[in-house]
Design a protein. Structure first.
Length: 1154
C-alpha cells in the first residue's frame, strides 16, 4: 500500500508538501517510529522468551503491590543472579523500547492537540477544509492518522502485550524512573490487548505468517488513543469518494479499480476502526466493499503486512455480510480460475517477448502501450494470486489453492512468472530510460529523414526525374517545398503544436498517396508517413509513462514470499544456472522497500533518515544474502561430480601413438569439465551483474559475500569428508591406506576446484583454500585436544586408557588411534635404517611412505597439527611416568638405594665385589616395572613418530618453501646468538615485551611447520626430578636387559620371549626423553652408571675377576647387550662423544660397530 503512495507522490512538488510542515513532520515521525518498532521486534532478547527469567519479569500487576514482588527477589541468590544477568544484557534494549513507547505517546498527544486546534480553526491560514481540499494536505492528514493506527496494530502483532508489559516494568525497575511524565499513557500503550475468548478460530497461512496481521477488537485498541471524531469522519468521507493518490488513470480497465485504489483502501481499513459505527452500517459498508474490496479481501496496510477482511471483520455483522455478498465462494472460484488461466497465457506471451532479442529500442518505441499493458496484467495476476494464497481465512484459502492445484498453477509457476515479469520490467524500463535520454536525438533523426524524403518527392515532381517520368506539376512541387519547411520548423519541446502539425501533414500525405498512380512514389509517401508516425511516438515519450510504470510494478505485497521462494529459486538455478543472469531483476523488483518508508522522512529533511535507511537496507541485503546462500552450494556441487573429482594430473608425453590418441584426449571428461566451467562462468557473470546493479542502492559487496560463503561451504564439505574417514578399530594397513588415498584424491580435487574458481569467479581461490583448510584442521586439532584433556581429567589408571582414541570426535583422533595401533611396541619393531615399523614377518607396518600419504592429505600445516597432538600426548605420558617413579620411591627404597650407592662406589671406578654387587638391585623395588615399561615405551613410540613427521616437514619445506625455511633458520640462529639479551629483556619486562613474546610465539609456530625442531631434544614438562633419578633409571634399564638378545642380522636388540614383547628402541628413547626433562646431570649420571655396569661385566667376562654366580646371566652376552643399549642411548639422545667414550671401553665399541 505504502509503495504506491510514494511512487505516485514521487513527482509531487516537495515545496507543495512542505506547505503543511506540521503534518509532514507527523508523517515522517510515524515512519521513524514504525521502523524502530520493526527493528526492536527483530531483536527481542532471548531472556524475555526464556521461562527461567519469568520469576524476575513482572507484568503491570507489579504496580498494585511492588513491595510484594520485590520481596520475592531480595535474599534469593538465584533470582538476584538472574536479575543481574538481565540488567547487564538487556538494559540497552529496554531503554530503547521505553523511548519508542514514549515517542509513540508523545506523537499521539501532539497530533491530537494539532487536530483539535485544526478543527477549532486556531490556525489562520490552515483550516480543516483547506487541508482536505488540498491534494497533498489530505494525503498528509490521512497518513498522519492512519500510520499511527498502523503502528498500534503492528505493535500488537510484532510484540505481544505480555512482552510489552514485562519490558516496561523491567526498565522502570532497573532505571528507577517511575516518575516519567507520560508513564500512565505508556502503560496504556503497553497493556496487553486480549480479545474475548471463544472468538476467532481462523488459521493463518503457513506461507507468510509474519506478514499476515490478525488483531481482533481493533476498535478497543484504538479507543485507548482516540482522535477527534469530526476529523476522522471527514477523512473517511474523502477516502470513500476521492482518488487520494491519483492512481486510477494508471489502471484504465474498470475491473482493476480495486488495485488502483489499494493504497487508500488500506488506510480506509485502519480509519474505520476509529469510527466503528461505519462497520455496523450496512449501507455504508456495501458502498465501501463495492468500491474497494469487491474482488480483493486480503489488503496490504503497510509494506508487506496484510490483513484478511474475512478474519478482521468477522465480529462486525454488517461489514461481514457486505463482504460475503460480493466475495462468495463461487466468485472466489471463478476469479481464481480467471487468474490461474492467465498465468499460463502471460508466461507464454512474455517468453516470446524476452526471447530472440525481440526487445530493442525500436520495439519498445513501437509497442510501448502493449508492453505496459502486458506488464500491468502480469502484476495484477501475481498480486491477486500471491495475496489470496496467503489468506487467513481457511475456507477462501482452500478454494484458491484447490483451483490452483486443479489448473497446475503452484508456487513454482508463480515464481517463474514473477521472474519473467521482473526481467521484462527491468529491460523495458532500461530501454525506455534510454529513449527518454535520447529523445531529442531521435527527434532530429526522424525529422531529418522525413525532410530528405519530402525533398526527394519535390525533386521527383520537378526536374530531370519528372521529365523522364513524363510528370511535371509545379503546384505540387511548391506544396512539397512548403511541407518540408513546415517539418523543419517542428520543435519537440512544443508537444501540442508539433503533434497537430504532424497529424495535418500525415493526413495530407495520405490524400496524395491515394491520388498518385506511380508505385515508386507511393512507396516514398508510405515511408514518409512512417517517419511521421515515428515522430509522433517520440513526442509521446515523457515521464508520465515512467510514473505509470513505477505504480503498476509494485511488488512490496510479495516481500514476505521472498524467503519462501528461496528454496524454489535454488532448484531452478540448479537446473538452469542462466537464471542467475537475471536474478538481479527479481531483487530490484522489491527496491521500493528502500524508498517507500523514507519518502516523507526525506521530504521533512529529518535527521532520522540515515538510521531508518540503514534498517531497511540491512533487511533488504539480509534477504538477498539469504536467498543467494544456495549459490555457493551449487558452485561446489558442480565440481563435486565423480567424473570431475577423478581428474588426475598427468605428464605430457613426447610421442603419442595414433591409436591411443582418443584415449589420451579423454574427450568425455574434457566435455564434462567444459560444461562445469560454463555453468560456473554463468553464475559468476550473474553475481557480477547483481553487484553492479546493487551499487549505490545498498551497501552490499557481493564479491566479498560470495568469497565468505564459498569459505563457509568449503569448510562444511571438508569437515564432512574428514568425518567420513572414521573407521572401525583394528582395520588393516591396506584399508587404511586406501582410505587415505581416497581422502587425498578428494582434497586434491577441492584444491583444483578452488584454483579454477580463482579464474572463473575472480576470487583468491588459493588463499581461500589455504586459510579454510588450515582453519578446519586447527579446529579438528583443538577439538581433539579438548577431548583428550577431558579424558585425562577422568580417573586414568593405565597408559592404555590415557592413549585411548576409540571414541575420538575428529579425524585426527581416529588417525592417531590407527597410528598407535600400527606402531604398538608390543606388536611391532622399529628398524632405524628403514625408518619404519615392521611386524614379526618382516612386513612394513608404517614408515615414510605412510607419512608421505598423510602429508598428501593434510599438507604441511596438517602434519604440524598432528605433531602438536603428539606433543600433548608425550607431555601427559611423561607426567604419568613421573608419577609412577615417585610412587616407587618409598622410605625403604630410598634406604636400599643409599646402600647400593655405597656398595657400587663412584661411577668412574669398579665395585669392589664386581658383578656380584649388582645382583641385589632387583630387590630394591618390590613393585613391578611393567606399568613404567609400557609408559616409557609409549613415550618412545610417540617420539619416533614425531621424528618421522619432523623429517618429512623439513624435507618437504626445503623443496616447496626453501626461502621460508632459510629465513626461519637464519632467524633462529640470530635469536640463539642473542638469547642472553632476549632473556634479560623479558626478565626486565620491557615495554616491548608483549610484542617480543608474540614474535617468538609466531616464530615457534613457523619453526614447527618447516620442521626445524628436534623432538628428542625437546623439553615437555617442568617438574622436580625424583630422588636418585639417575640410579632409578639405571636400575630400570638393567632390569629390562633380560628381555632382549642382540640380533647381529638386524643390528638391534630383539625380544627373547614372544609372550612379553616390548620393542627395544621405544624403551631406550622413552627413558632418554624422561631424563631429558630434568637437569643434564641426571642424564650424565645415568650414562656413567651404565658405563660402570658395562665395564664391570666386561671385567667379569674377559678379565681376572671370578666368574658369575650360578643362575646369573652369561656375562659375555650381557656385556654386549648393555653396551649396545648404552650406545643406542647416547646416539638417540645426542650424548657428548667424550662422555660416551669415557664410559665405554674403545675395544668394546669396535666390536659392536663391526
Amino acid at each position: 500500500m505504502e509503495s504506491s503512495k510514494n511512487r505516485a507522490g514521487s513527482g509531487e512538488d516537495d515545496d507543495t508538501v512542505a506547505s503543511f510542515p506540521e503534518l509532514l513532520n507527523f508523517c515522517a515521525r510515524a515512519q521513524t517510529l514504525i521502523a524502530e518498532l520493526l527493528l526492536l521486534s527483530d531483536r527481542i532478547p532471548s531472556e524475555f522468551l526464556d521461562r527461567r527469567f519469568d520469576a524476575v519479569l513482572f507484568d503491570l500487576r507489579y504496580f498494585d503491590s511492588p513491595n510484594d514482588f520485590e520481596s520475592r527477589i531480595e535474599g534469593n541468590e538465584e533470582l538476584e543472579a538472574l536479575e543481574d544477568c538481565l540488567r547487564e544484557s538487556c538494559s540497552a534494549y529496554m531503554q530503547r523500547f521505553f523511548l519508542l513507547m514514549n515517542g509513540a505517546v508523545i506523537y499521539h498527544l501532539e497530533l491530537l492537540k494539532y487536530l483539535n486546534d485544526l478543527q477549532e480553526g486556531l490556525y489562520v491560514q490552515c483550516t480543516l477544509d483547506r487541508v482536505l481540499d488540498n491534494e497533498y494536505g489530505r494525503q498528509l492528514l490521512t497518513e498522519s492518522i492512519a500510520l499511527f493506527g498502523c503502528m498500534l496494530i503492528l505493535t500488537e502483532h510484532c510484540m505481544s502485550g505480555h512482552l510489552r508489559e514485562k519490558l516496561l516494568v523491567a526498565h522502570l525497575r532497573h532505571d528507577c524512573c517511575f516518575d516519567s511524565p507520560n508513564l500512565e499513557h505508556i502503560c496504556l500503550l503497553c497493556r496487553a490487548h486480549v480479545p474475548p475468548s471463544g472468538l476467532f478460530h481462523h488459521t493463518t497461512s503457513p506461507f507468510i505468517n509474519s506478514g499476515m496481521v490478525s488483531v481482533q477488537k481493533t476498535e478497543d485498541l484504538f479507543a485507548r488513543f482516540p482522535f477527534p471524531k469530526l476529523v476522522v469522519d471527514a477523512v473517511i468521507h474523502r477516502l470513500r469518494n476521492d482518488d487520494l493518490y491519483n492512481q486510477v488513470h494508471h489502471y484504465p480497465d474498470p475491473q482493476n479499480r480495486t488495485v488502483a485504489l489499494s493504497l487508500q483502501s488500506g488506510y480506509l481499513y485502519i480509519l474505520l476502526f476509529y469510527s466503528p459505527e461505519f462497520l455496523c452500517n450496512g449501507f455504508v459498508m456495501r458502498e465501501i466493499v463495492d468500491r474497494f474490496f469487491k474482488d480483493c479481501w486480503v489488503v496490504p496496510i503497510f509494506l508487506h503486512f496484510v490483513v484478511d477482511l474475512f478474519v478482521s471483520w468477522d465480529a462486525y455483522r454488517e461489514a461481514k455480510a457486505s463482504l460475503s455478498s460480493c466475495v462468495s465462494s463461487t466468485f472466489i472460484r471463478d476469479r481464481c480460475q480467471y487468474h490461474c488461466t492467465k498465468v499460463t497465457h502471460l508466461s507464454s506471451e512474455m517468453g516470446s517477448v524476452l526471447s530472440n532479442c525481440v526487445l530493442t529500442k525500436d520495439y519498445v518505441l513501437d509497442n510501448s502501450e502493449y508492453l505496459v499493458s502486458l506488464i500491468r496484467d502480469c502484476n495484477i495476476t501475481l498480486r491477486w494470486l500471491l495475496l489470496h494464497r496467503a489468506s487467513g481465512d481457511k475456507r477462501s484459502r482452500d478454494i484458491v489453492t484447490s483451483v490452483g492445484f486443479a489448473l497446475q498453477v503452484d508456487e513454482n509457476n508463480l515464481l517463474q512468472l514473477l521472474l519473467k515479469t521482473s526481467q521484462l520490467e527491468f529491460k523495458v524500463k532500461q530501454l525506455y530510460v534510454e529513449l527518454l535520454e535520447s529523445k531529442e536525438v531521435l527527434w532530429l533523426e526522424k525529422k531529418h529523414c522525413i525532410s530528405n524524403r519530402i525533398e526527394e518527392l519535390s525533386a521527383h515532381c520537378f526536374g530531370s526525374w519528372a521529365s523522364s517520368c513524363k510528370i511535371k506539376n509545379e503546384n505540387l512541387n511548391d506544396w512539397f517545398r512548403k511541407l518540408s519547411t513546415e517539418i523543419q520548423s517542428l520543435d519537440c519541446t512544443r508537444t501540442g503544436s508539433s503533434s497537430r502539425a504532424i497529424y495535418r501533414v500525415l493526413s495530407a500525405l495520405k490524400d496524395v498517396e491515394q491520388s498518385c498512380p506511380i508505385d515508386q512514389i507511393k512507396q516514398w509517401l508510405f515511408e514518409a508517413q512512417k517517419y511521421l508516425q515515428d515522430m509522433i511516438k517520440v513526442l509521446s515519450l515523457d515521464d508520465g509513462a515512467m510514473s505509470t510504470f513505477s505504480v503498476i510494478t509494485d511488488a512490496l505485497y510479495a516481500w514476505g514470499y521472498v524467503a519462501r521462494f528461496g528454496e524454489l529459486l535454488g532448484k531452478i538455478i540448479e537446473r538452469d544456472p542462466s537464471v542467475v543472469l537475471s536474478l538481479h531483476t527479481y531483487f530490484l523488483k522489491f527496491w521500493l522497500l528502500l524508498n517507500v518508508p523514507l519518502r516523507r522522512i526525506e521530504q521533512n529533511q529529518s535527521s532520522d533518515l540515515l538510521c531508518v535507511s540503514n534498517y531497511y537496507s540491512s533487511k533488504y541485503a539480509a534477504q538477498i544474502c539469504a536467498t543467494l546462500e544456495i549459490i555457493p552450494v551449487i558452485l561446489l556441487g558442480i565440481c563435486n561430480d565423480d567424473d570431475l573429482q577423478a581428474q588426475q594430473p598427468f605428464h605430457l608425453l613426447s610421442r603419442i601413438a595414433k591409436d591411443s590418441l582418443p584415449e589420451f584426449m579423454q574427450l568425455d571428461r574434457q566435455l564434462n569439465l567444459a560444461r562445469a566451467a560454463n555453468k560456473i562462468s554463468i553464475i559468476s557473470e550473474g553475481v557480477l551483474v547483481m553487484s553492479r546493479n546493487f551499487r549505490g542502492l545498498i551497501s552490499l559487496d557481493l564479491k566479498d559475500w560470495l568469497e565468505g560463503q564459498v569459505r563457509k561451504e568449503l569448510s562444511k564439505r571438508l569437515e564432512n569428508k574428514l568425518k567420513s574417514f572414521f573407521l572401525l578399530p583394528n582395520v588393516g594397513y591396506d584399508i587404511l591406506e586406501v582410505n587415505l588415498r581416497t581422502l587425498s584424491a578428494y582434497i586434491l580435487s577441492q584444491l583444483q576446484m578452488m584454483e579454477s574458481f580463482q579464474d572463473l569467479l575472480h576470487i583468491p581461490g588459493n588463499r581461500i583454500w589455504e586459510e579454510t583448510f588450515t582453519k578446519v584442521l586447527k579446529q579438528c586439532a583443538e577439538k581433539e585436544h579438548a577431548a583428550f584433556i577431558k579424558r585425562k581429567q577422568a580417573s586414568i589408571v593405565s597408559v592404555a586408557q590415557l592413549n585411548d582414541f576409540s571414541k575420538a570426535p575428529t579425524f585426527y583422533g581416529h588417525l592417531l588411534r590407527h597410528l598407535l595401533q600400527l606402531t604398538d611396541p608390543s606388536q611391532s619393531m622399529f628398524i632405524e635404517p628403514m625408518s619404519g615399523w615392521f611386524d614379526a614377518e618382516g612386513h612394513e607396518l608404517l614408515g615414510l611412505h605412510f607419512i608421505n600419504l598423510i602429508e598428501s592429505c593434510v599438507g604441511q600445516v596438517g602434519l604440524a597439527r598432528l605433531d602438536s597432538l603428539l606433543t600433548a600426548l608425550i607431555k601427559e605420558n611423561l607426567e604419568y611416568a613421573l608419577k609412577g617413579f615417585n610412587n616407587l620411591l618409598n622410605s625403604r627404597c630410598l634406604e636400599e638405594l643409599h646402600k647400593l650407592d655405597d656398595s657400587l662406589g663412584p661411577p668412574t671406578s669398579l665395585p669392589l665385589l664386581g658383578w656380584a654387587s649388582y645382583m641385589q638391585m632387583g630387590k630394591v623395588f618390590n613393585a613391578s616395572w611393567e606399568p613404567l615399561v609400557e609408559c616409557l615405551a609409549t613415550i618412545g613410540q610417540l617420539q619416533l613418530l614425531r621424528c618421522l613427521i619432523s623429517f618429512k616437514l623439513k624435507s618437504t619445506c626445503k623443496v616447496k618453501a626453501a626461502f621460508i625455511t632459510s629465513a626461519a633458520e637464519g632467524m633462529l640462529s640470530s635469536i640463539y646468538c642473542q638469547r642472553q639479551r632476549i632473556l634479560e629483556c623479558m626478565e626486565e619486562k620491557d615495554k616491548d615485551d608483549a610484542n617480543l613474546g608474540l614474535f617468538l610465539q609466531a616464530l615457534d609456530e613457523q619453526r614447527k611447520i618447516v620442521g626445524l625442531l628436534s623432538p628428542l631434544q625437546a623439553i615437555y614438562i617442568s617438574s622436580d626430578p625424583p630422588i636418585f633419578l639417575g640410579r632409578c633409571a639405571f636400575i630400570f634399564s638393567i632390569s629390562q636387559l633380560s628381555r632382549y638378545v642382540l640380533d647381529s642380522h638386524l643390528g638391534t636388540l630383539t625380544s627373547r620371549l614372544k609372550k612379553s614383547i616390548i620393542d627395544f628402541s621405544p624403551v631406550v628413547i622413552g627413558i632418554g626423553t624422561f631424563l631429558r626433562q630434568f637437569h643434564p646431570s641426571h642424564m650424565n649420571q645415568y650414562v656413567q652408571y651404565m658405563g660402570q655396569y658395562v665395564r664391570t661385566i666386561a671385567e667379569t667376562a674377559f678379565g681376572t675377576v671370578s666368574g658369575p654366580h650360578k643362575g646369573s646371566p652369561d656375562p659375555a652376552s650381557e656385556v654386549l647387550k648393555s653396551a649396545f643399549w648404552l650406545m643406542c642411548f647416547c646416539k638417540y639422545m645426542d650424548v657428548s662423544e667424550d662422555l660416551a667414550n669415557s664410559c665405554l671401553p674403545p675395544s668394546l665399541i669396535s666390536i659392536l660397530q663391526t
